[in-house]
Design a protein around this ligand. Structure first.
Ligand code: IMP
Length: 417
């Protein structure tokens, strides 16, 4: 397998966990490169369901090396919980799971700042964050006041946390926070490593590396619907800076794209459906956040977003997910352009105010009106469903690599990957 970057092509929640799980089979190393426990990657294997927030989804295969790269912000308390939950279910981590010593630590202080900022923000400036401390931790990194995971191997971190807390108006109960952190650090010490060198050595030894992106293109801090974005580069470029592997190590990009669109949190969403149709997608697609449980906003497929994601990431293939959620639709709409203030837009305007006013230009496709969620062979898909998928690919200019019609490994068809 060529080294592959897997990214979300919409606003996150595209079903990346499941696609990583399928592609992990062919990888030796699975590495996450940005974000933190704001992510929630769901994988279903038989009757077992796993939701991973920080640990790469490849961990469900016993022989894969799994790495949390330097580009993440890691909540030590959450990581310990997630590791323990996996070990209780018989998944061994020792010797094959590592956290970069350069990754920044999310402290309880950062969570408090995240929540306080959201509570304070008035309508129109709330971001609708996951309140996992992501933004404040990346802000501290950029301010050069952050604590890195490698700091937990030394003796200075407590003093640095105290100094950071002293700058805050309401730091909370500092002593109990330090106690909790010290306990987590003791568990994590054997797993904190120079991941940059581990990855370089794996690359030079010819190992296959899968870069597991989190969130999605439209939530990227540079390329997304700023300021309604997350605080990291969730596009393919982040895979290099977030791991220390050079751009030439990234050989292929697979974009995960849902057959319709969802978004959690605030911000413009041109194809959003605020009617029974949207409610139907939410119900059938079980569109509730894996991390926060929040109902996701739902709408039709947006080919303007898809084309933009294809360009920004250099997508070689799409993995199209959740096609079965459209089984019941009489007519399915796809947005091919926007109209706003008398102009037609074929790409995403950077001006958030303008994007909020954009009206979708739709084309319509007939629904197939039969159940596809249990199919195990691509050939058994109804012709109208196949046509719909081929149209998504044609309109966005990216060929189909994988198609998934249900939550299980067996409902995922590998077409060209
Ligand atoms: P934050 O990453 O918690 O700061 O949240 C910023 C924005 O990104 C909010 O709109 C969140 O709902 C969204 N977001 C963050 N992580 C995810 C994710 O994994 N899936 C979908 N949306 C996300």
């Amino acid at each position: 397998m060529p080294n592959t970057v897997l990214i979300g092509a919409q606003w996150g929640d595209e079903g990346k966990g499941k696609v990583v799980d399928v592609l992990s089979r062919d990888a030796d190393v699975v590495v996450r490169y940005q974000g933190g426990s704001n992510a929630g990657h769901t994988i279903e294997i038989g009757s077992e369901r796993y939701v991973l927030h920080l640990i790469p989804s490849g961990v469900l295969y016993p022989d894969k090396l799994c790495i949390i790269g330097n580009g993440l912000v890691v909540d030590p308390l959450e990581l310990v919980k997630e590791m323990q939950a996996l070990e209780t279910r018989g998944i061994r981590l020792a010797g094959r799971f590592f956290v970069s010593d350069r990754a920044h630590a999310v402290l309880p202080l950062h969570r408090r700042l995240d929540t306080a900022r959201e509570d304070r923000a008035g309508a129109g400036s709330k971001i609708g964050t996951t309140q996992r401390g992501i933004g404040p931790t990346y802000a501290d990194k950029a301010h050069r006041t952050g604590i890195r995971m490698g700091d937990f191997l030394g003796t200075q971190w407590e003093a640095r946390v105290r100094a950071r807390a002293a700058e805050m108006a309401e730091p909370g109960d500092l002593d109990s926070m330090l106690k909790e952190l010290a306990a987590a650090a003791a568990v994590l010490k054997p797993y904190i490593a120079d991941a940059t060198t581990l990855l370089y050595d794996a690359w030079k030894a010819g190992k296959n590396i899968l870069f597991e992106g989190a969130q999605g293109t439209m939530l990227d801090i540079d390329h997304g619907t700023y300021p309604f974005v997350t605080s990291s580069n969730s596009t393919a470029g982040g895979a290099s800076t977030g791991t220390g592997l050079p751009p030439k190590a990234l050989e292929r990009v697979v974009g995960v794209i849902k057959a319709y669109t969802t978004r959690v949190g605030e911000g413009p969403f041109p194809t959003e459906l605020l009617d029974a149709e949207g409610e139907g997608l939410r119900k059938r697609g079980r569109e509730f956040g894996a991390t926060t449980g929040r109902p996701r906003r739902c709408g039709w497929f947006d080919a303007v977003v898809g084309r933009y994601a294809a360009h920004v990431n250099g997508a070689d293939f799409w993995a199209v997910t959740k096609l079965d959620v459209l089984d019941a639709c009489e007519v399915i709409k796809v947005c091919v352009a926007y109209e706003c203030r008398g102009r037609r837009y074929e790409t995403i305007p950077a001006d958030i105010g303008l994007l909020a006013e954009c009206k979708p230009v739709y084309v319509e496709y007939p629904g197939w009106k039969c159940e596809t969620g249990r199919l195990t062979r691509f050939e058994d898909l109804p012709a109208k469903a196949r046509h719909y998928v081929s149209e998504l690919c044609r309109l966005t200019g990216v060929p189909l690599g994988i198609l998934s019609v249900g939550p299980g490994r067996e409902n995922t068809f590998r077409i060209a990957l």
